[in-house]
Design a protein around this ligand. Structure first.
Ligand code: 3HC
Length: 311
């Protein structure tokens, strides 16, 4: 028999109402939101590393200013998302500790290296493009604080995606060497970007339940397909080829068919065996340790100004 609380929760989800922090919610609903929001936040702050690698070597002041603004935005996205996770009763320290000890994940995409300046364009166009395709439906997620964080993040992601596209267009229309550099970056970032949407639906452990709770509005494969359909005409406008010989329009399906994804690579990266996993976590732990004095100073300042209570 269900309790009145469970019936109220189910009715709210069915009516597309928002569940707010003070509302009763099933423990499993709370737990899956903490899992997803925390890992989304971890992705944002780890995602600062691949691009930060090029801030000091940007080819112009304009590109450097754009890239600094984007990396700073990613830190802010992490802040919104850790704050959304905290409304569910889990503090940032605990979540960061789980990230640092490998008990929570971050997006597989950030375990790949940024080898040339063109990678900054490929990340903006493809990685932030995939993030937008994934995040727009999350603006309608049943949990209020997560959905509202997504609205603000999606606005900033559009700038991220546009600047990446424009950067690649400049290279593609540049010298033959610049065009080749842009094509090489797209060749390396295309398949890992498709993996960002998660495993195939029949291998997705959480999708059914997350869709029943209206956390996930579309399946992994559905959003992946939507992303491919968006990218094909954009690649044509860029004058760059997507590295998939099986990619073609399927009139009766109304979508593009595309080649097989290397799921062995995906699961290996998730297990920690990607090109940059060790480097990313080591850098993250170092940044956390080196930032301890900032956290202590902020806490001391808060304590002094809150009449001695620990802020
Ligand atoms: N990288 C790492 N782990 C992944 C993954 C990926 N690309 N795709 C799936 N996984 C993990 C899941 O977290 C889950 O493991 P867990 O139980 O330890 O959490 C497992 O693989 C099975 O996958 P499921 O499909 O069952 O899991 P979900 O229902 O959670 O779906 C998801 C995965 C689609 C990524 C979903 O969690 C989601 O939509 N998350 C929010 C979006 C997000 O995290 N985006 C990160 C992209 S990068 C970014 O946003 C930065 C941008 O600014 C550039």
């Amino acid at each position: 028999a269900t309790t009145a609380y469970e019936r109220a929760f189910d009715a709210a989800v069915a009516a597309d109402d928002r569940i707010e922090p003070r509302d009763w919610m099933p423990d499993a609903y709370r737990a899956t939101l903490v899992r997803q929001i925390a890992q989304h936040a971890h992705s944002e702050i780890i995602g600062m590393q691949p691009e930060a690698n090029w801030i000091t070597r940007a080819p112009s002041l304009r590109r450097k200013a754009i890239l600094m603004a984007k990396v700073q935005d990613e830190a802010g996205h992490g802040l919104y998302l850790y704050s959304a996770a905290e409304t569910l009763g889990t503090g940032r320290d605990e979540l960061l500790d789980k990230l640092h000890s490998g008990r929570q994940k971050y997006s597989s995409i950030f375990n790949y290296p940024t080898l040339t300046w063109a990678d900054v364009g490929a990340i903006g166009w493809l990685v932030d493009g995939a993030a937008i395709t994934n995040q727009v439906p999350l603006c309608r997620c049943s949990y209020g604080p997560y959905a509202r964080a997504m609205v603000r993040i999606c606005k900033e992601e559009s700038f991220h995606q546009r600047q990446g596209y424009e950067l690649l267009l400049a290279l593609s229309n540049g010298t033959p060497e610049q065009h080749a550099m842009a094509q090489d970056a797209v060749d390396r970032w295309w398949w890992p970007s498709l993996m960002m949407f998660g495993p195939p639906d029949d291998a997705s452990q959480h999708s059914a339940q997350s869709m029943a709770w209206k956390i996930k509005r579309h399946s992994n494969d559905e959003l992946r397909r939507r992303f491919v359909d968006i990218c094909v005409p954009q690649a044509e406008s860029l004058g760059l080829a997507l590295p998939d010989p099986d990619l073609r329009w399927n009139e009766e399906r109304g979508h593009h068919d595309f080649g097989a994804i290397d799921w062995t690579e995906f699961w290996e990266v998730l297990k920690g065996n990607g090109p940059c996993n060790e480097q990313r976590i080591t850098q993250r732990r170092r940044a956390h340790d080196e930032g301890a004095w900032v956290r202590e100073a902020a806490a001391a300042h808060a304590a002094k100004h809150n009449g001695g209570t620990q802020g």
